[in-house]
Design a protein around this ligand. Structure first.
Ligand code: SF4
Length: 377
């Protein structure tokens, strides 16, 4: 799945955001995709995208000579940048849309799939999303908010959450945050005051002891801040999910972490145990992280069963069913976003293909040695 493409920019002085259309009559949309040299229709739109090379001078922002535009569907929202790069912000026909609020982060996790960038992108992303949010269809079922660490946008984070609530009151918001900013009670209080019932804050917690969590996220005091942040969020009535990535550093204390969560954070709404994604820093730290999923099933079973037996809502994400014992299948979800989800040739022979979530495309590089089709007959 392509989310980014590039062409030659013409007369683009500032980023342009809009919904794309190939239908000339759709003038409520902002950006026209044309395969012809020129038509007067173009002037009805804010900008034009074309695979054709345009050489004449026209008073309209254009990106031309784009190699491919097939990935864009009617109503998709894009941002056209001054350098000719076109990023897809929202795909109308997908249930896996996410808004990347910032690439900055105050942690530096060993297995970060989107390594942080130390540049101030606040203005760019705030401007982008405050324009894009009103264009998102009102019946959008769910949107993810991700980063970097989204709360680093400060007041602008709060403004965007508020705008999402006003523009898309029925849309579930799933915000991935390390939770550390909420250690400052006023931040949690301000989120509480927005009072968006469809906002879920998904916070990673990697151990029941501070030094392991802090090592994994490569940040001193992160554990204490995250725990304080979770308590503050709970105090202000926020919905919380705990996320645990499964790897060599988290497995040894997984059962203890499950007990810690039940005893200290019983108010959280959902706990997700997540298979490792081979993106970003993971490849660099593979020796510190990799353990074949088949080898940690005993620890995973103990942790999942413990929480589930005490009535907590538990899921397993990013796991292949052939690597899980059968008693854990009911917890496994199809969690991998469509644009990075693949199956192996072996999967085509498998009777569980429809139920199995498959794996990350990056799993081609490193995956379980035990991927094997399951047959029922
Ligand atoms: S063989 Fe493929 S479809 Fe079958 S359980 Fe394994 S990963 Fe899933």
């Amino acid at each position: 799945m392509i989310l980014k493409t590039k062409g030659s920019p013409y007369d683009i002085n500032t980023p342009i955001i809009g919904r794309v259309t190939r239908i000339p009559e759709n003038i409520e949309y902002e950006i026209f995709i044309s395969e012809t040299i020129f038509s007067k229709t173009w002037y009805k739109f804010k900008a034009v995208l074309s695979t054709v090379k345009i050489i004449s001078s026209l008073e309209i922002p254009i990106i031309h000579s784009i190699e491919k535009l097939d990935h864009l569907d009617e109503g998709d929202i894009v941002i056209i940048n001054t350098d000719g790069i076109i990023n897809t912000i929202y795909r109308k026909n997908s249930d896996h849309n996410f808004l990347l609020f910032t690439e900055r982060c105050n942690s530096n996790c060993l297995m970060c799939s989107q390594p942080p960038k130390d540049r101030d992108d606040t203005d760019y992303f705030f401007s982008q999303y405050s324009q894009a949010i009103p264009l998102i269809p009102k019946d959008c079922p769910e949107i993810g908010i991700t980063g970097g660490e989204p709360t680093l946008l400060g007041n602008r984070f709060l403004k965007l959450i508020k705008q999402l609530k006003e523009e898309l009151p029925e849309t579930e918001l799933h915000c991935l945050t390390n939770g550390r900013s909420f250690a400052w009670e006023n931040v949690a209080q301000k989120v509480g005051e927005i009072d968006h019932k469809r906002l879920m804050l998904a916070v990673p917690l990697y151990a029941d002891v501070y030094h392991i969590h802090d090592y994994i996220v490569q940040a001193k005091d992160a554990f204490n801040q995250t725990i304080q942040g979770i308590y503050n969020l709970a105090k202000y009535g926020q919905r919380i999910e705990i996320r645990i990535v499964l790897h060599k550093q988290t497995i040894p204390r997984l059962a203890k972490l499950a007990k810690f969560i039940y005893k200290n954070l019983p108010f959280v709404e959902h706990i997700a145990f997540m298979g490792l994604e081979h993106e970003g820093y993971t490849s660099f730290n593979i020796d510190k992280l990799w353990i074949d999923p088949v080898e940690y099933q005993q620890e995973l079973t103990e942790a999942v069963s413990y929480l589930s037996d005490f009535g907590m809502n538990v899921s397993i994400y990013n796991a292949q069913l052939c690597t899980l014992p059968e008693n854990l299948w009911k917890y496994s979800r199809k969690s991998i976003s469509d644009w990075k989800n693949i199956y192996f040739d072996e999967c085509n022979k498998c009777d569980l293909l429809d139920q199995c979530g498959g794996m990350f495309a990056s799993g081609i590089k490193k995956h379980s040695d035990f991927i094997k089709a399951i047959y029922f007959s």
